[in-house]
Structure formats: structure tokens, C-alpha cells
Write a protein that binds this ligand. Structure first.
Ligand code: TYM
Length: 401
């Protein structure tokens, strides 16, 4: 059963998670079990990890192994169909609100790249320049410029051009896509959209009318140049769980207009440097590490702003060890340090007080610097012509090969 969220009820419980706001109960952490329960999605357990490994004959991505992608909707249906020899397509996106992506934004894209390679399936990436123009009060032109800049960062994640279509709403919405938007819009009452997204009478109608734009890439008929005659193709959406409200709405509507419900695979939030009460956010520069940060910036941010579970003096630290539950360097290493044995070693030594916070921060700085440097090199190689090529409305003849 889909659960349609009520914003007021959410606020009463103090934990707020929606596409625009992620904050835990006062002083606490995001309670993901509660979120799964409230949203009505399922936990992604070890049996899925094993099944993905078996079906793709490759080791599961570190984000899957470590439970970063922790929830799903109907992922089992996607795998059942795949096992029967039916392919699917992937859909993900980005709202271009800032010049540079932060590390949290990279997570769904890195994971989507792995899924594309492992399952050999096509991918559509939506750049919601219209969304950010309305929510962030950016001009149309500035939103379009940011969309292209962000497309370069996305391409730098290594997507296969023969299987990937990137589009911006301002450029692509129309035709079959728009017809699907209207079909969706007719099925969603004002009361329902208020219930799901918490809009108020003060919000402009652009916001109220936006959700169908993010809904319809879930339907293959929105892309006739790619999926003509393949109306039964299933869609899998990788994203962080903040995007779930859009797809609860989509899944509610889909069967009423004759389409499959999209499946989802959803991640935890890469936390802010200050702690796990919220997600890393582009609007607070000190909470986030950007893909454009220099080695010096990264070192400074980790040393100065990362909340740690280390004790206040070395003596106490040696005696009690670090509290790993709240330690941001450990959380970050859990996302980005691929070597399982090294991660376990660090956790054991740090937790027992034999390793100091400074040593863990130093290792984290190395890991993040390597990641950001690799990204920077890849992005520098992305030309305007490549952006045009990824964004060209064209068939992808070898998208399932
Ligand atoms: P946006 O630009 O806010 O975020 C882009 C993607 O990054 C995820 N994300 C995070 N993941 C982990 N940790 C974080 N701290 C973090 N912050 C953001 C988001 O969940 C998202 O997957 N409206 C969307 C754009 C969009 C979209 C989609 C996203 C359009 N269609 C389909 C996912 C799937 C947005 O503004 O995302």
C-alpha cells in the first residue's frame, strides 16, 4: 500500500524529510526505520545484495554492500523480470540549484553508473531546471546555465553515451512527455498534492503544478525516440529517500493511466559535516564538501567542521575510545573507503581508543581528496560538444547490449 504523507503529522513527530527539507528530531539523528515505516517502502536486505551479485555476476557495489542503498519499492519485480530475460531502464535526476555538486549528490550518480554497467540498461537523467527556477528564484537563463554545468559533473561520473539520454525540462518538455504530464495531473487533486508535499495557500501555482514533471520520466512513452513500442518496459529509479514523495504520487497514479508503477532503490543521506541531523546541503557551504573543493579546503573542512565521537582529551580517548555512532569521519569512510578490511581495522582501533581522531581525519582527507581529484580530472575532459551529444534527442540503438 502506498502511504500518502501528511506534512502536519510529519511535523508533530519533528523529523522532516521531503525534497526540500531534511531534519531529524531535535538533536537526534534521522530515524530511517521510522521513515521506511511512514513512507511505506521496504528495507533492502542481504538477500537482495546476494541476488544482484548472482544476476550480474559482479561484486555488489560498496553502497549496496554497506547498506547505503537501504530501502526500495518493488525492486524484487525488476529483478524477477530481469531474471526472465526482460530488461528495464533507469531514471534519475538532478535539480540544478548550484554551480557545483557536493559529495552527497554524487552518491546516486555513482550508484546509477554501476547499475547501468552491471545490468547493461539504458538511462534517462532529468535536469529539473524548471524546478530550481521556481524554488530557488533563479532566472530561467541562470537555471539553464546551471543545468549544463551540472550535466558536465554528471557525465564525469562515467556514463555510457550509447545508453544515456540527459535532458533538461526547459528543452525537452512537450509532445508525448507533456501528454503524460496532463494525464498525471488530472489524477491528482489539490488536496492530495498538499497532503504529500505540504504546499500552502502562499505557494505559487508553479510549485503545485511541478510534481507531474518529475513523475512522467517514469513512463517509457515519455521518450518515444528511445522506447517507442516498448510501453511495458519497467523503470527503476535510484535516488536518496528525500525524493520519495514524488514517486509515491507517481506510483499512486500509474495504474490508473495504464502504466507500470516505477520501482525505486533509495539511499541514506550523506550527512552534513556537523552531524547526522540532516543531509549535506548545497545551501550551507560549511556543511558540505563540493567536487570543486581544493585539497586545502577539504583538509580545512574535515579538521575544523567534522563532528567527531572522539573524547575531549587524549587520556580519556585512550581510556574510553571514540563513539563511532556519532562520528562523521567514520560515517564518511563508510561511504567512500572501499577496502572493507581497512575500514574494519580503523573502526576497531578508533573505537578502542588506540587510534586518535586526528589519524582518522587524516585518512579521510586522503580518501576524499583522491575522489575529488579523480572527479576533477574527469570533469575537465568533458567538452561542450559532449554535453550536446548526451543531450541530443536521438535513438540509442545499442542501449540494451
Ligand atoms: P537534487 O539535485 O536535490 O539531488 C540530486 C540527487 O542527489 C540526492 N541527494 C543526496 N544523496 C545522498 N546524500 C545527500 N546528502 C543528498 N542530497 C541529495 C537526491 O536524492 C537526488 O537523487 N528534484 C530532484 C531532481 C530529480 C530527480 C529525479 C532525482 C528529477 N528527477 C529522479 C532523483 C530521481 C532534485 O532536486 O535532486
Amino acid at each position: 500500500m502506498e502511504k500518502i504523507e501528511d506534512k502536519n503529522q510529519q511535523q508533530e513527530e519533528e523529523q522532516v524529510v521531503n525534497p526540500w527539507e531534511v531534519s531529524a528530531k531535535e538533536g537526534g539523528k534521522i530515524d530511517y526505520d521510522k521513515l521506511i515505516d511512514k513512507f511505506g517502502c521496504q528495507r533492502l536486505d542481504q538477500s537482495f545484495v546476494d541476488r544482484v551479485q548472482r544476476l550480474t555476476s559482479r561484486p555488489p557495489h560498496v553502497f549496496l554492500r554497506r547498506g547505503v542503498f537501504f530501502a526500495h519499492r518493488d525492486f524484487n519485480d525488476i529483478l524477477d523480470a530481469y531474471e526472465r530475460g526482460e530488461k528495464f531502464y533507469l531514471y534519475t535526476g538532478r535539480g540544478p540549484s548550484s554551480e557545483a555538486l557536493h559529495l552527497g549528490h554524487l552518491i546516486p550518480f555513482m550508484f546509477t553508473k554501476y547499475l547501468q554497467d552491471a545490468f547493461k540498461v539504458p538511462l534517462v537523467i532529468q535536469l529539473t531546471d524548471d524546478e530550481k527556477c521556481m524554488w530557488k528564484n533563479l532566472s530561467v537563463e541562470e537555471s539553464q546555465r546551471l543545468a549544463r554545468e551540472n550535466a558536465k559533473d554528471i557525465i564525469a561520473c562515467g556514463f555510457d553515451i550509447s545508453k544515456t539520454f540527459i535532458f533538461s525540462d526547459f528543452d525537452y518538455v512537450g509532445g508525448a512527455f507533456y501528454k503524460n504530464m496532463v494525464k498525471v495531473a488530472k489524477c491528482v487533486t489539490y488536496n492530495k498534492v498538499v497532503g504529500i508535499f505540504g504546499f500552502t495557500g502562499e505557494d505559487h501555482i508553479g510549485k503545485v503544478s511541478f510534481p507531474p514533471v518529475q513523475a512522467v520520466p517514469s513512463f517509457p512513452s515519455s521518450f518515444p525516440h528511445l522506447f517507442s513500442g516498448k510501453d511495458n518496459l519497467r523503470c527503476l529509479i535510484p535516488c536518496a529517500i528525500d525524493q520519495d514523495p514524488y514517486f509515491r504520487m507517481t506510483r499512486d497514479v500509474a495504474p490508473r493511466i495504464g502504466y507500470h508503477k516505477p520501482a525505486l532503490i533509495e539511499s541514506l543521506f550523506f550527512p552534513a559535516l556537523q552531524g547526522e541531523t540532516g543531509k549535506m546541503s548545497a545551501s550551507d557551504p560549511n556543511s558540505a564538501i563540493y567536487v570543486t573543493d581544493s585539497v586545502k579546503d577539504i583538509k580545512h573542512k574535515v579538521n575544523k567542521h567534522a563532528f567527531t565521537g572522539g573524547q575531549e582529551s587524549i587520556e580519556k580517548h585512550r581510556q574510553y575510545g571514540a563513539n563511532l555512532e556519532v562520528d562523521i569521519p567514520i560515517k564518511y569512510l563508510n561511504f567512500f573507503l572501499e577496502d572493507d578490511a581497512e575500514l574494519e581495522h580503523i573502526k576497531k582501533e578508533y573505537g578502542a581508543g588506540r587510534m586518535l581522531t586526528g589519524e582518522v581525519k587524516k585518512r579521510l582527507t586522503e580518501v576524499l581528496t583522491q575522489l575529488v581529484e579523480r572527479h576533477r580530472r574527469a570533469r575537465a575532459a568533458v567538452t561542450d560538444e559532449m554535453v550536446d551529444a548526451f543531450m541530443a534527442v536521438r535513438p540509442l540503438p545499442s542501449m540494451f547490449d
